[in-house]
Write a protein that binds this ligand. Structure first.
Ligand code: ARG
Ligand code: ZN
Length: 868
């Protein structure tokens, strides 16, 4: 049943062009496909397999002659055509039901409008086709629909004709001149309004930019439009890449399984990543919208013009495009803060995935459902691998590699090896060993030890790499070899804290172990290792607290400066949590208190960096460093630290808050955004003090805020408390925003993320709230998904959290397998907990596994977990 990477075979036929006709109807949309095929001379055969799923076949004809039952074989997952000539036209007619399609794959209805999602394998739910990315062809699409309910009908490329029909319907024809794989097909129809803009490319082409949304959202599109214009300009400036059609459309829909989709010329977005006004979207939402718009736009070259040969190559387009959107955001905001945010995300999500049952190489070897492999590993670790080419080659060398990649592969479907070869050939460098990054799973550990030879004035760093063993026997987890690791290093003078410039740079660890020697030093320096997180590894270096505090105060590399503080906090918090089990009393380390105080009073930092430096590592990240995760003592220890820090620095925090809160009316420039970020971190510390003044400060911020960032920040702090202000704020918030689903998602999430002991009861109550619906993925993620991220409450010792999750997975799985599979992955870390929690999670996994007719997406995740 699994699909193997090694099974790749080219298709027996190529498609020369396709004509699609849609007669839209909620329950019975008729899809007519005329596909011109030609035999692949490399793969001679007269049979052709077309994929098809959930289709009601009406007829099939070859060159106009209707086929009888014995000229083709029909299966649940497709049809095989027999005795085909060298070339011919295949015509199929099928019926599909958009209204009842809750999987959000294929053609479906959302808020009464039609839309499609075809990546990875949704096109086969629209018509019989060679639904694989190496089959690229040109599309001509005719859409017929009701004029009243579907005044707007869109597809890829250019609109070439439109006319009214006599039965109250109308017809529009779209043609996309660029050959594309079926996963980039899109159709949208319904009652939508357009926010328009333009962009003139550097060679002078005028591009019409169109953001299509439901009428009530038309005032929330300007930020998305500006983000698109910035992205288009950036890709020209940095990579010399221009847009290639005369029109670029983005459609926002409420029901969407992922963030967005880069369909050629017609992106479909989760409305969360389009719609924004200061009153409804936080600063983080604004930033994410800009980043996702950029991501999908950048796919036009890295994904669409050059696409993947098969789905195992997914990181070819996703890792590369994530890297590109990260660089874009770094240029728009602050590179250091962006890097810290990205690495935090990698550690919290990808590191966990890479050490559990779903561990897989960025280029997986096998899958049951491809949708399960749109993972943090393929995307985020994939982006880190691309970043290493960039680190090794420099910006110019990387650009040379990209230029050669497009020169060689424009308009084709290629592999990760092709990308690696382009990077190597353009720079005359050997990247053979880099292939291991594509075939090995797990996070390498980089152990660094130091030595100082005073007689020779030499300092040396010995670096050793290894992989942790993984049970479970998944492909890519055995027989792993050393990978090339670019390690950015700097040496600091231990007295002055000054950088010793001549020794700063990148060393390459190409083997298991190597010693790097730095000579001509007058005294033992302090090393700053893995600056900028130059390779996706866990760094193991014995450091005493003084050294970490020194780096926190002096490192020139902002990432490592931040990371030193996190490492110090992690050490102390884990120790405190372990101590609780041994009956040791909690105590705030003086060293940490002093270091925290220095950061608080240091005005050389920008506010966003300071906000990060003052934030303790999240409980889920701390958990990774424990032998057995103890969610309760971790939570207790971290809360204790937060409270003690707030007590020690109450007056400093209060005056900083007051200073930042005096900013006045909302502005959305970067400086104001950074200041809000810091203000809300400070407010979070103050909120844990049981002083009435502190609680009313939070409550006042909530009621007086003129923007969603401040409002949501205050609400999420109140949600943790047991005070009347909490209920008042939650009620007021609901009342004010009840007609805006994206804001109500926030209302659900703050309650699901509350640290209150009765959170699970609230979550249960919220599932019967009239606004809760399992059909809307955003809503499910904001309540159930958020709850699974609440480590201390989801892992409640009695297993009530586990039962709740399993119940919802089973409720959702048959309608929306992709969503259910995402949720069930919260059990993947079960081996990291104590025996009682392990057993309870295992029991829920078994209960799910035994569910009759379980969808394959959930089946795959659950089986991997149970066999880990
Ligand atoms: N290519 C999209 C993106 O990264 C993701 C779509 C994946 N969808 C899915 N159902 N697996 O921008
Ligand atoms: Zn993508």
């Amino acid at each position: 049943q699994p699909v193997l990477r090694s099974d790749y075979r080219p298709p027996t036929y190529w498609i020369e062009n396709v004509e699609l006709e849609f007669d839209l109807d909620p329950r019975e949309t008729l899809v007519t496909a005329r596909i011109a095929v030609r035999r692949n001379s490399q793969q001679p055969s007269d049979t052709l397999d077309l994929a098809g799923e959930n289709l009601k076949l009406q007829s099939v004809a070859i060159d106009g002659k209707r086929l009888d039952g014995d000229q083709y074989q029909l299966r649940d997952d497709g049809m095989t055509l027999l005795n085909l000539p060298e070339s011919c036209q295949i015509e199929t007619k099928v019926l599909v039901s958009p209204l009842t399609n809750k999987s959000l794959s294929g053609l479906y209805q959302t808020s009464g409008n039609y839309c499609t999602q075809c990546e990875a394998v949704g096109f086969r739910r629209i018509t019989y086709f060679l639904d694989r990315p190496d089959v690229m062809t040109t599309y001509r699409v005719t859409i017929r629909g009701d004029k009243k309910t579907c005044p707007v009908m869109l597809s890829n490329g250019n609109r070439i004709a439109a006319k009214d029909l006599d039965d109250g319907r109308h017809e529009v024809v779209w043609e996309d001149p660029f050959p594309k794989p079926s996963y980039l097909f899109a159709l949208v129809a319904g009652n939508l309004k357009c926010h328009r803009g333009t962009f003139t490319t550097r060679s002078g082409r005028d591009v019409a930019l169109e953001i299509w949304v439901e009428p009530q959202n038309i005032d929330k599109c300007e930020h998305a439009l500006v983000s698109l214009q910035k992205s288009m300009k950036w890709d020209e400036d940095v990579f010399g890449l221009e847009y290639d059609l005369d029109i670029y459309m983005i459609v926002a829909v409420n029901d969407f399984n992922m963030g967005a989709m880069e369909n050629k010329g017609l992106n479909v977005f989760n409305s969360k990543y389009v719609l924004a006004l200061p009153d409804t979207a936080t600063d983080e939402d604004y930033m994410l919208i800009e980043a996702v718009i950029a991501h999908e736009y950048f796919h036009n070259w890295t994904g669409n013009r050059v696409t993947c040969r098969d789905w195992f190559q997914l990181t070819l387009k996703e890792g590369l495009t994530v890297f590109r959107d990260q660089q874009f955001t770094a240029d728009q905001t602050s590179a250091a803060v962006k890097r810290i945010d990205d690495v935090s995300g990698l550690r919290a999500g990808q590191f966990v995935e890479d050490s559990g049952p779903m561990a897989h190489p960025i280029r997986p070897e096998s899958y049951i459902s491809m949708d399960n492999f749109y993972t943090a590993t393929v995307y985020r670790k994939g982006a880190e691998i691309i970043r290493m080419y960039h680190t090794i080659l420099g910006a110019e060398g990387f650009r040379r590699g990209m230029d050669l990649y497009f020169q060689r592969h424009d308009n084709s479907a290629v592999t990760c090896d092709d990308f690696r070869a382009a990077m190597a050939d353009a720079n005359n460098i050997n990247f053979d060993r880099f292939d291991r990054w594509y075939s090995q799973a797990g996070t390498p550990e980089l152990t660094v030890t130091e030595s100082w030879d005073a007689a020779k004035s030499e300092y040396a760093l010995t670096m050793t790499q290894s992989y942790p063993t993984l049970p479970g026997g998944n492909p890519g987890t055995e027989d792993r070899n050393p990978v090339p690791l670019p390690v950015r290093v700097g040496l600091l003078d231990a007295e002055s804290g000054e950088e010793i410039e001549q020794h700063s740079g990148v060393v390459m660890l190409d083997t298991e172990t190597e010693t790097f020697t730095f000579s001509g030093l007058s005294a033992k320096p302090i090393a700053s290792v893995l600056r900028g997180f130059s390779a996706p590894v866990r760094l193991r270096m014995q450091r005493d607290n003084e050294e970490l505090a020194f780096l926190m105060a002096n490192d020139n590399d902002p990432f490592n400066r931040w990371d030193a503080g996190q490492t110090l906090a992690t050490k102390l918090l884990i120790d405190a949590a372990n101590g609780l089990a041994d009956g040791r009393a909690l105590e705030l380390s003086e060293q940490f208190r002093d270091a925290f105080g220095r950061v608080l009073s240091d005005n050389s930092f920008d506010e966003a960096f300071k906000a990060l430096a003052l934030t303790l590592p999240r409980e889920s990240v701390l958990g990774q460093e424990m032998d057995v995760i103890d969610p309760d003592s971790l939570h207790t220890a971290r809360q204790f630290y937060r409270r003690r820090l707030a007590e020690c620095f109450q007056s400093e925090l209060t005056s900083l808050y007051n200073e930042l809160a005096a900013d006045g009316a909302y502005k959305n420039d970067q400086k104001s955004i950074n200041r809000r970020r810091l203000k809300n971190v400070v407010l979070a510390y103050l909120s844990v003090l049981d002083v009435p003044a502190c609680i009313s400060r939070v409550s006042n911020q909530f009621h007086q805020a003129d923007n969603m960032t401040d409002k949501q920040a205050a609400l999420s702090l109140l949600a943790n408390l047991d005070v009347p202000e909490r209920d008042a704020a939650l009620a007021a918030f609901y009342d004010q925003y009840k007609t805006d689903p994206l804001v109500i998602d926030k209302w659900y999430a703050v309650q699901a993320l509350s640290s209150r002991p009765d959170t699970i009861e609230h979550v249960k109550q919220l599932t019967s709230h009239p606004d809760f619906s399992v059909d809307n993925p955003n809503r499910v993620r904001s309540l159930i998904g958020a709850f699974t991220q609440n480590q201390v409450r989801f892992h409640q010792a009695d297993g009530a959290g586990y039962k709740l999750l399993a119940d919802y997975v089973l409720e959702i799985e048959s309608a929306n397998p992709q969503l259910a599979a995402r949720l069930v992955a919260a059990f993947n870390s079960y081996r990291r907990f104590d025996e009682s929690r392990q057993t309870q999670m295992q029991d829920e996994l078994k209960r799910i596994a035994e569910h009759p007719g379980l969808c394959k997406d959930v089946h795959e995740i659950v089986q991997r977990a149970l066999h880990f």
